[in-house]
Design a protein around this ligand. Structure first.
Ligand SMILES: Cc1cc2nc3c(=O)[nH]c(=O)nc-3n(C[C@H](O)[C@H](O)[C@H](O)COP(=O)(O)OP(=O)(O)OC[C@H]3O[C@@H](n4cnc5c(N)ncnc54)[C@H](O)[C@@H]3O)c2cc1C
Length: 482
């Protein structure tokens, strides 16, 4: 080691940022006997717990119930006639807030129980193996640590020309508190965050205009899945979706004014006047104030370059004892990715070499119905097949052929499975349909083990369950092997 003995450091490990990535890293390290400190300047639990996954899923759970009870046609199919549904916005918001508070408390307690030291304040590097923490009072202390993990996450991205006031023009940070229900809201961006909020708002009776700068809505999704999902999630709801248009300026107020231009030509299209705007145009890394210069690290548009062991890179070479995990690395910006990266970093610190496997990390959008995916996109799988000289296999399995989906009167859904036609290896899957977020896990596990559809096709699935949609895909793929 280029450094002094472990005992001469204040801590074995300092983690900057207590989001999902930092939390998992600190807990894992403390559980394994490392003297661990975690620095947090805002709320313990970071984006996911306070402003992301947790409150948004609480809102989706409540609004999803409203949608279900208000869907008279669907209920009539079962012979049910429900009274008009009523809801209390504030109580839905309270449900989300209470869940956030409970999960934040549990998470903080579990860190304390594991023996981690929580340092409240803003952390930054002070050269190799040193972290300065500025407390809210202005007092600053510098700590030394044998290893440092940066887990400072991300913030919403607001494009130039868009002015937010947190009340009429806001990002997901404010939307999750559901302070009011605008009669007409424009959502800028049709990625998973925009789609999930469109699901919540339309269920609660708001009219939505969805504005997407790229030439199709849901541009980050598999095109076939996006097409069938959009029929229900967008066209089937009170949503006017516009692709290929840019919100050039957004001015808060009553009404909010949105100047729309055509993306390609920048020619004016129209000016909309709406009650509110949710800006859901992606997220930016939080790395500016970390003093990365003190260790010679250059970011890539703010994202910290890392290798698959989560070591920070300078000129493609790892910096000793410096690691980064989570959204700040820009790799599949999801809570479980951040947690997985945190675990990998700490295992490597503990001397157990381990690399992250992004291909087997699933992703889900919790709309009603859900969308999920794992592994390669069809375009990437085609490119891999061409470069590695194998034939790409693709099968489709439909929810309308599944007994459980039919019993639920929810047979709208599709699964696409991509595999190597020679070896049978599963390369990726894309699902739209009831409980897609749960269904994807089985395929993620198969991708993690690089399993072949040859063996997977023989695995017995419970009847009648939605998992048989996956079984049918595996069987079709096995029958289509070269
Ligand atoms: C609306 C929404 C819904 C989402 N839904 C899902 C979902 O369903 N599933 C999913 O997997 N992901 C979801 N995500 C994404 C998920 O929230 C993020 O991928 C995840 O939070 C990233 O974790 P992280 O630890 O990298 O960073 P963060 O959670 O952003 O945490 C970073 C922490 O570091 C702190 N920090 C930053 N700088 C400093 C500093 N200098 N000193 C001290 N502390 C600092 C911040 O205050 C923050 O608490 C959602 C995100 C949003 C916005």
């Amino acid at each position: 080691m280029s450094d002094a003995s472990a005992a001469s450091f204040d801590f074995d490990l300092i983690v900057i940022g207590a989001g999902y990535g930092g939390f998992d890293a600190a807990k894992h390290a403390a559980d394994h006997g490392l003297r661990t400190a975690i620095v947090e300047s805002r709320d313990m639990g970071g984006t996911c717990v306070n402003r992301g996954c947790v409150p948004s899923k609480a809102l989706l759970a409540a609004s999803g119930r409203v949608r279900e009870l208000a869907d008279a046609e669907h209920l009539r199919g079962f012979g049910i006639h429900a009274a008009p549904v009523r809801f209390e916005r504030q109580k839905i918001a309270d449900h989300a807030n209470q869940l956030v508070a409970a999960i934040r408390t549990n998470l903080t307690r579990s860190l304390e129980r594991a023996g981690a030291t929580i340092l409240r304040g803003k952390g930054r590097l002070e050269g190799p193996q040193r972290v300065a923490v500025r407390e809210a009072s202005g007092i600053e202390r510098v700590y030394s640590a044998r290893d440092v993990i940066i887990a400072t996450g991300s913030d919403p991205f607001v494009p130039p020309g868009i002015e937010t006031d947190g009340r009429t023009v806001f990002t997901s940070d404010e939307a999750i508190s559901l302070e009011w229900l605008p009669r007409w809201i424009a959502i800028i961006g049709s990625g998973y965050i925009g789609l999930e909020f469109a699901d919540v708002y339309t269920a609660l009776g708001c009219e939505v205009t969805m504005i997407e700068a790229l030439d199709r809505v849901m541009p980050t999704f598999d095109p076939d899945i996006a097409k069938i999902a959009a029929r229900k999630l967008i066209d089937g709801r009170d949503i006017d979706a516009r692709a290929g248009v840019l919100a050039k300026t957004v001015t808060p107020g009553s009404p909010v004014r949105i100047e729309l231009v055509e993306m390609a030509s920048r020619e004016p299209v129209e000016t909309l006047e709406v009650d509110a705007v949710l800006v859901a145009t992606g997220r930016v890394p939080v790395s500016k104030e970390l003093n990365l210069e003190s260790v010679g690290v250059t970011t890539n548009r703010g994202f910290i370059p890392v290798d698959e062991a989560m070591r920070v890179l300078v000129d493609d070479k790892p910096v000793a004892h410096l690691w980064a995990v989570g959204d700040v690395t820009g790799k599949m910006m999801l809570a479980h990715t951040a947690a997985a990266q945190g675990g990998v970093a700490v295992d490597n610190i503990l001397g157990h070499q381990r690399l992250i496997d992004y291909r087997s990390i699933p992703a889900a959008t919790f709309t009603h119905p859900e969308i999920s995916s794992v592994g390669l996109s069809e375009a990437d799988a085609k490119a891999l097949a061409a470069s590695n000289g194998f034939e790409l296999g693709l099968v489709r399995s439909y929810f309308k052929a599944n007994s459980k989906a039919l019993a639920e009167l929810e047979s709208d859904g599709l699964m696409k499975l991509l595999f190597n036609r020679s070896s049978g290896e599963v390369l990726g899957a894309h699902i739209y349909g009831l409980h897609a977020a749960d269904l994807i896990q089985e395929i993620a596990n198969a991708v993690a083990r690089r399993q072949s559809v040859r063996e997977l096709a023989n695995e017995v699935h419970t009847h009648p369950t939605l998992s048989e949609v996956v079984e049918v895909a595996y069987k079709q793929a096995a029958a289509a092997l070269a």
